[in-house]
Design a protein around this ligand. Structure first.
Ligand code: PGA
Length: 256
């Protein structure tokens, strides 16, 4: 098997967490020891209200703090919105864009997601661009066509490979306890890497990371993270508790 980049393990807290949850960040920071650091990069994305506090809590620990969405503009009359520059100023290094919950509840289009990814890059944040099919897409045999369309609409072709991450999250697997077969995950990840080569060029392809997300937990992380084209995980529910999230990170394959 060709060498893989160091796994990237990202937690998405969604709309969960109060300041009392910062104890979990402190626990994660203590658990992210030198052995774990060799195997994986570790990032937690709490709600925007906690980004600054979480970044302070994580200071000096090597765990990264990210956000879950950003506006496309840097500032202005956009009541209630938060810009990528504001998130960077609060200590975030990363931002998730185009999560399926935002695509469906906030009607975000591929074009919106691309603009958000570009805003993130402008602010010096690493965008994690989410794509994934619905259950009916999969049952209709349209998974790869849907992913191809989402990638070509959402990924800015101008980006450097190392500064951009894609997360494959089948919508029917999010929060349901269901996951695709390992063969299905491997097939989609191979396809995404190939499509990214077409969009971004092959330069830096070895450093390009495609994460799997959707019901990742300590009991299935090892087999998923070992798959050839899987470069890490985007974890929702199981990232809220430090013990579970650290267990997932410990399942990352040893670097070779
Ligand atoms: P889940 O969520 O791990 O709870 O399935 C993943 C996600 O939505 O990023």
């Amino acid at each position: 098997m060709p060498a893989k980049p160091r796994s990237l393990i990202v937690g998405n807290w969604k709309m969960n967490g109060l300041r009392s949850s910062l104890v979990e960040i402190a626990h994660m920071a203590r658990g992210y020891d030198s052995k774990l650091r060799r195997a994986c990069e570790f990032i937690v994305c709490p709600p925007a209200t906690l980004v600054y506090f979480a970044a302070k809590e994580a200071l000096g620990s090597h765990i990264g703090i990210g956000a879950q969405d950003c506006h496309i503009e840097a500032s202005g009359a956009f009541t209630g919105e938060v810009s990528a520059e504001m998130l960077a100023d609060s200590g975030a290094t990363t931002v998730i864009v185009g999560h399926s919950e935002r695509r469906s509840y906030s009607a975000e289009t591929d074009g919106d997601v691309k603009s958000k990814a570009l805003a993130a890059l402008r602010a010096g944040l690493m965008p994690i661009i989410c794509v994934g099919e619905t259950n009916s897409d999969r049952e209709g045999g349209h998974t790869l066509a849907v992913i191809k369309r989402q990638l070509s609409g959402s990924v800015p072709g101008s980006a450097d490979s190392e500064t951009l991450v894609v997360a494959y999250e089948p919508i029917w697997a999010i929060g349901t306890g269901l996951t695709p077969t390992l063969a299905d995950i491997a097939e989609v990840h191979r396809f995404i890497h190939r499509e990214l080569n077409a969009i971004l060029g092959s330069h830096g392809a070895a450093l390009r990371r495609v994460l799997y997300g959707g019901s990742v937990k300590p009991s299935n992380a090892r087999e998923i993270l070992a798959l050839e084209h899987v470069d890490g995980a985007l974890v929702g529910g199981a990232s809220l508790k430090a013990e579970d999230f650290l267990a997932i990170a410990r399942a990352a394959p040893a670097p070779h």
